[in-house]
Every structure is written in C-alpha cells, then in structure tokens.
Design a protein around this ligand. Structure first.
Ligand SMILES: Nc1ncnc2c1ncn2[C@@H]1O[C@H](COP(=O)(O)OP(=O)(O)OP(=O)(O)O)[C@@H](O)[C@H]1O
Ligand SMILES: [Mg+2]
Length: 423
C-alpha cells in the first residue's frame, strides 16, 4: 500500500472491502492479495496490464519496497525482518535485477558496467573484470568490453544488463519488463537467449511482462495479476486450456496457441505398437484389431525402430514372408516432445504416418495424427482430442490418417470435416 494510512487500508481490505471502498484513505493499494512460491531453477513470470502491481511486487522481492503486510521469504529467511545492511548484502549476493531501460552507466565501458555488481560487493578489480568478461561472453558480447553503452544497439545494451546480473552470480534474477523496450525480432532473440542460458545456468528467474506471448514462451509458470490480485497461477498450457475466469479467458483469446502448445501436450498414447521380432502376420492382426492402417515398430525398451503400413505387410503375408526385415519404414518423421505445435504442421503434411514423438533416449512417447494437430488449433482443442468417453473416436482417427499417402490438402479437409461431424 502506498500512502500514510496504509495500515488502516490493510485492515479494511482484510475485512473484505473493495479497493474502491478505501478511497477516503488516500492509499494506493498496488498489491493486495498475492501469494506464491517460486521453485529453485524456475522461470516464474508475473504478467498483468499496466498498473496491476507488477513492479511493486518485484521490488518487494529484493527489499527495495517493504510490504505493508505479509512476508517475503528467500531460502527460509523473511527478508521483511532484515536490517537495511543485510538487505544490501542480499541484493548483492543473492538477488540481482535487470531493468527495462538497461540502467547502464553511460560513461563507463561495457565491461565496467557488467562488473558493477561485483564492484559494489568489493570484489578485487582483476577478479571482477575476469568474471564480467565471462558474463559478456555468455550473452554474446565478446569483444565489446571496451566500448561505451552508447555505441551499442538497444538489444546489445540489454545484454549488458543481463551480463551484469550473470556476473554477480546470484541464484535469483529479477527481470522487470527487461525486454519490453526492444523491437519484436530482437526481443524474440533475447527470449531465446535467456532460455538457452537458463538451460545451462539454472537460475531462479522472476520475469515480469505485460505481454502474454512472452509470458507463455518463457514461463515455467505464469502468475496473472489483475488490479493487485492473482487472477490465476499455472503453466502456459493450464492457463490456455483452463482459464480460471473470464478475465484470463479474454486475455488468452488472441494467443497463438500453436506457439504455446508443444508436441507433448497434444500427443496421444502410441497404440498399437509392434515388436520388431514379430512376423508380418502378427503385425497385420495388430493393425486390424486396432483398426489402423499403420503401426509403429518399437523395441521392448520403447526405442522406436520405424513404422509399417498395412499394404506392405499384407503383401508380405501373401508371399509368405516370416519376418519384418526390410518392411519397416525407418525414415519416418520424429519430433521432440518440446517442439511447438506450430513447427509440426510441415512435417505432419509430409508424413504418411502420424508424427512420432520421441524423447532424448529415442523412445516413442506418443503419436500425433494430423486430426489431433488440427484439433489443437481450436480453444479447448486438446481436451477434445483426448476423446473422453468416445472409445471409437481415437481409433477412427488413426485409421483415417495413419496410412494415407502424402496428400496434405485433401487429407486435411476430409479429416477436419469428420471431426466437425463427430462433435
Ligand atoms: N511509489 C509509489 N507511490 C505511490 N503509488 C505508486 C508507487 N509506485 C506505484 N504506485 C501505484 O501502484 C499501482 C501499481 O503500480 P506498478 O508500478 O506496480 O504497476 P505495474 O504493473 O508495474 O505497471 P506498468 O506495467 O505500467 O509498469 C499503480 O496504481 C501505481 O500508480
Ligand atoms: Mg512496472
């Protein structure tokens, strides 16, 4: 709460009064009812419109603002209880912050800017220069250390801001609209770089943005703030597929679902699968029983070998072949569980089989028929694709798309119509 009578405002709000009812106190209730826990190594995004309380919230997390009520715990220590000296230590050793407008010193070199956090901490000159140079290298600014910020583009300046946080080597990094001032393409670049860095450094990052697409791209979890209160906390997929209220639903309406949803979130269980040791007869029977025209061939340890098609197998059975040798298509389309749905369409169109979703160990973890991909485009689509309560539907889908030769347009239309008819 901002204002002289902040404590009184807290009492009234705790009694259930609305923000509008405390107007007479001349208090701004910036953050009213916000509770969450951030896990180590997580990117936790706080998203909300201008004035929803994001900056106020993040400034309470490193003690720049003291909450009128409530607690902020870092590693079990309530930082609202700390002396200002201990708070300064916390800010230099545990929590660093990257700001929207870079906050670089114009007359210092890029290297000195990156080393600033260490300088404050009293780290000897040589050591801090070395660490700052390493951090600059991490963000792709090797060789820029002797320039001054003005000689750098906006995106590069923001990298210096990030390098400063990395050089300080704090476990926690707070980023307040850190990319919001950048052009869209550079911004996307920075997001990718942050994700890459995070994959190796494993920092705990609290990232503030008013951009939902950015939130969904970066956040392991997202907290949607509205007027100082939590509207919803969840993963991007939870927020997309199961918005907690109309406010969040409206927010996510315009999101490009195909960029948020991943292969793992739309895939279906791989049924049926065939063991490479089985013969053509068993393979054919398995496909018939499951009413599919193709099937994946998978080792007992779930490692994917390839796929077979009904026609080829039927022919092999007729000619009396005893093994699947030479009948298995091994050049099939494989996708990683983390691939964005948007990047699957091309491969799906070219493949006569459902897409095989394969993990880092080469194991088949799921399949994506084309219809499933199309269903994922519609709001709530992934739930419909689960086919709850309609046992025949998933099988029908597989039979429809599984063995079809690559005629993407015709195939897509037909299956899309089928889907519509069944709903
Ligand atoms: N120092 C302050 N004194 C008084 N009121 C403040 C102060 N800082 C913020 N506020 C008010 O608190 C509310 C929340 O502001 P805050 O800056 O936290 O929002 P925000 O979500 O970060 O917005 P933006 O997206 O514009 O940065 C606003 O009504 C703002 O005017
Ligand atoms: Mg702000």
């Amino acid at each position: 709460m901002f204002g002289k009578r902040a404590t009184r405002a807290v009492e009234l709000l705790s009694d259930g009064r609305h923000r509008g009812e405390i107007g007479h106190l001349n208090v701004t209730a910036a953050v009213i009812d916000v509770s969450f826990e951030v896990k180590a190594g997580e990117i936790f995004v706080v998203m909300g419109l201008s004035g929803s309380g994001k900056s106020t919230l993040i400034r309470m997390l490193n003690g720049l603002l003291e909450p009128t009520a409530g607690a902020v715990e870092i590693d079990g220590t309530d930082i609202t209880e700390l002396s200002s000296r201990d708070l300064r230590t916390l800010r230099s050793k545990k929590v660093s912050m990257v700001f929207q407008h870079f906050a670089l010193f114009p007359h210092r070199t890029v290297l000195e800017n990156a080393a600033y956090g260490l300088e404050v901490r009293g780290v000897p000159r040589e050591e801090r220069r070395e660490k700052a140079a390493q951090a600059l290298e991490l963000v792709g600014l090797e060789g820029w250390g002797d320039h001054v910020p003005q000689q750098l583009s906006g995106g590069m300046q923001q990298r210096v801001g990030l390098a400063r946080a990395l050089a300080a080597d704090t476990d926690i990094i707070l980023m307040d609209e850190a990319f919001s001032a950048l052009d869209p393409l550079i911004r996307r670049d920075m997001q990718s770089q942050l994700l890459e860095l995070q994959a190796t450094l494993g920092k705990t990052i609290i990232f503030i943005t008013h951009d939902l697409n950015e939130a969904m791209r970066l956040g392991d979890r997202i907290c949607v703030l509205r007027d100082g209160r939590v509207a919803q906390i969840g993963t991007a997929e939870e927020i997309l597929n199961d918005p907690a209220n109309d406010y969040v639903a409206q927010f996510v309406e315009d999101v490009d679902r195909t960029r948020v949803l991943t292969a793992s979130s739309v895939m279906e269980p791989p049924i049926p699968v065939i063991d490479p040791g089985h013969g053509p007869r068993t393979a054919l029977r398995t496909m018939r029983e499951n009413q599919t025209v193709s099937a994946f061939v998978v080792h007992r340890n779930r490692r994917l070998v390839g796929a077979v098609r009904e026609g080829v197998i039927g022919e092999a059975v007729r000619t009396g072949a005893k093994a699947l040798d030479g009948l298995v298509d091994t050049e099939i389309e494989r996708v990683h569980p983390d691939t964005a749905v948007a990047d699957l369409f091309g491969q799906a169109a070219e493949s006569p089989y459902p897409l095989a979703v394969v993990d880092d160990e080469g194991r088949l973890v799921g399949v994506i028929p084309r219809v499933t991909l199309l269903a994922a485009l519609a709001p709530g689509g992934t739930e419909a694709a689960d086919g709850a309560g309609e046992p025949e539907e998933p099988q029908g889908q597989r039979a429809d798309t599984g063995g079809r030769p690559p005629e993407p347009v015709a195939a897509v239309r037909e299956t899309a119509d089928d889907e519509g008819g069944q709903r």
